[in-house]
Unconditional design. Sequence first.
Length: 162
Amino acid sequence: MNTKDYTLVAVIAALYAALVIVLAPVSFGPIQLRVADCLIALSAALGWPAVMGVGLGAFIGNIYYGLGVIDIVFGAIANLVAGAIILKLKDRLLVGLLAGSLAVGVIVGGYLWIYFPPPDIMGLNLPVWLGMIISVVLSSIIAVAGLGYGLVKALKAAGYAE
């Protein structure tokens, strides 16, 4: 890593944390759409600095909201895992983005039920943890695979990424 990489980590972390904080009403809760998660997709285009940036950004953003240590630590881990998966599968971008979305959903949804009542998903009487995982996976697909795909494609088209 060089100075450019460290700068990229800092910029992505700051942008992620800022988006989470500014959009806190939709970034936190039993049903959430964390728009900042679209930045996880940058791992495919910008490599390890993006992976580390979204991990650090989640750590900072989750400290702000203050759900607890579990959310602060495992939210950051979820982003690190998702970013690493996306980086590994960057040549199959959509597959990588969907796999990264699944990782975020399973990790975050796996503990979020501790903090919030379960979302009612189409009137199904699902176990609390399963309802939360489904909710977070679906929102992650929208942010990471949907918005993130467009972001990566735009960066590549503009010549800012390979």
